[in-house]
Design a protein around this ligand. Structure first.
Ligand SMILES: *[C@@H]1O[C@H](CO)[C@@H](O)[C@H](O)[C@H]1NC(C)=O
Ligand SMILES: *[C@@H]1O[C@H](CO)[C@@H](O)[C@H](O)[C@H]1NC(C)=O
Ligand SMILES: [Cu+2]
Length: 233
């Protein structure tokens, strides 16, 4: 294993700057922080620290207290591009993923707690190895907002939309990967009719999954993104 001073500097400066996803983005407009995103446990902490334990119930929406935390429901259309403002920027390497879960009959996106095998993945980005680098890169790196398209085939209803960025710079030991999370509350309308089987959060990951226990400074030439496959319409 080779370690350059460039890596050491990158890791040291990155460690100071964690991030949250407080502002919902729709039609290119960024809403006020926490008006459609459930306030996260790290919102007021100056360190904006992540979740480390994949079995912790906090892995789901990292809620400050259980429930909506005062957030409302944003109306969007299936096929719309939506996203989250990053408080800070994505200052660590690792994959970006989006999951959704549909509120069952009798629940809304405000009351739904996301229990059960309800979470399906709508997006993840892939690692690349840039010429001359032996560590992986992701296109989300350095961004101050992250976006995704609501699957156009999705059935009308209330949903939670969960953003997850997994920082793997320190993931060579168990419980070293960092999970940055936020859940927005949506009503999705449109012509879609599809629903998708899901997984539970927590429960979908294990601490030793290859993309969670990963030696960033090692000699890996591929990266396996954790969790289920992305659904397709
Ligand atoms: C999101 O980031 C992109 C790329 O940096 C930028 O062009 C765009 O204006 C940003 N959008 C919002 C809503 O901040
Ligand atoms: C992770 O969270 C689970 C569930 O809350 C808990 O039982 C376990 O002790 C935690 N593990 C660590 C290493 O903190
Ligand atoms: Cu950090």
């Amino acid at each position: 294993m080779k370690i350059t001073s460039a890596i050491i500097i990158a890791l040291a400066s990155a460690a100071k700057a964690h991030y949250t996803f407080p502002g919902f983005i729709h039609d290119g407009l960024t809403e006020e922080d926490w008006t459609y995103v459930r306030k996260t446990t790290n919102f007021g902490r100056t360190d904006h620290g992540p979740v480390y334990n994949v079995s912790d119930p906090q892995l789901r929406c990292y809620e400050l207290k259980p429930g909506s935390n005062g957030a409302g429901i944003m109306s969007v259309k299936a096929g719309d591009e939506v996203g989250f403002r990053v408080d800070g920027t994505v200052t660590h390497p690792g994959p970006l993923q989006f999951y959704m879960a549909k509120a069952p009959e009798g629940e809304t996106a405000e009351t739904f707690n996301g229990d059960g095998d309800v979470w399906f993945k709508i997006f993840h980005d892939d690692a690349t190895w840039r010429t001359g680098e032996w560590w992986p890169s992701w296109s989300n790196y350095g961004r101050d907002n992250v976006t995704v398209t609501i699957p156009p085939c999705l059935a009308e209803g209330d949903y939670l939309l969960r953003v997850e960025h997994i920082a793997i710079h320190n993931a060579a030991h168990e419980n070293g990967a960092q999970f940055y999370i936020g859940c927005a509350q949506l009503h999705v309308s449109g012509e879609g009719t599809k629903s998708f089987p899901g997984v539970s959060i927590p429960g979908l990951y294990s601490a030793t999954d290859p993309g969670i226990l990963f030696d960033y400074q090692g000699s890996a030439t591929s990266y396996v993104t954790p969790g289920p496959e992305v659904i397709s319409c």
